[in-house]
Design a protein. Structure first.
Length: 138
C-alpha cells in the first residue's frame, strides 16, 4: 500500500492495538458495558496520548456504521446529535449508543452549546483529526 505524505495541518488520531488472547464468545452487551467504564489514565507518548484498545474492541469501535459516522461528523459538521441522526438516516437511540462508544474511546468530542434561536442546550459531535493511524505492537 502506498503511503501518502502528511500535510502540515493534518491531525492524526493514533491508536495502539493490544494483541492478547481473547475469547470471541463474549456477547455484545458485556462488550458495551466494558466500553462505558472509564478508561485508565492515558500515558504520555512522544507523538500524542497513547491509547490502547484490544483487537476485539477496535473491531467493534471501527464498524462500518461508526466509520460512516466519523466521516459524516468530519465532513458535514452536524450542529447536534439529532442532526447527525438525520444525516445518517438512523434511529436517534442507536446513534447515541455509537456516539457514546466513539467518545469514550477518544474518536470524537462532544461539545455542549446553546441554540441562539431556541435557547435550548444541544450537544455537537466533533472529530478533531483527519486520519486514524492504527498501530499493532506484536
Amino acid at each position: 500500500m502506498a503511503s501518502r505524505k502528511k500535510s502540515k495541518d493534518e491531525k492524526v488520531k493514533r491508536v495502539y492495538i493490544k494483541v492478547e488472547n481473547e475469547n470471541d464468545e463474549s456477547d455484545k452487551e458485556s462488550f458495551l458495558a466494558s466500553m462505558l467504564k472509564p478508561l485508565p489514565r492515558l500515558q504520555p507518548w512522544p507523538l500524542g496520548p497513547k491509547q490502547e484498545l484490544s483487537v476485539k474492541e477496535i473491531r467493534q469501535v471501527l464498524s462500518h456504521e461508526k466509520i460512516k459516522m466519523l466521516h459524516t461528523i468530519k465532513k458535514n459538521k452536524p450542529v447536534s446529535l439529532y442532526a447527525l441522526a438525520k444525516l445518517l438516516k438512523r434511529d436517534f437511540k442507536a446513534v447515541m449508543m455509537d456516539v457514546k462508544i466513539l467518545e469514550h474511546c477518544g474518536f470524537i468530542e462532544l461539545i455542549s452549546e446553546k441554540d441562539k434561536k431556541t435557547n435550548r442546550k444541544r450537544i455537537k459531535p466533533v472529530a478533531n483529526f483527519d486520519k486514524i493511524d492504527l498501530i499493532v505492537e506484536l
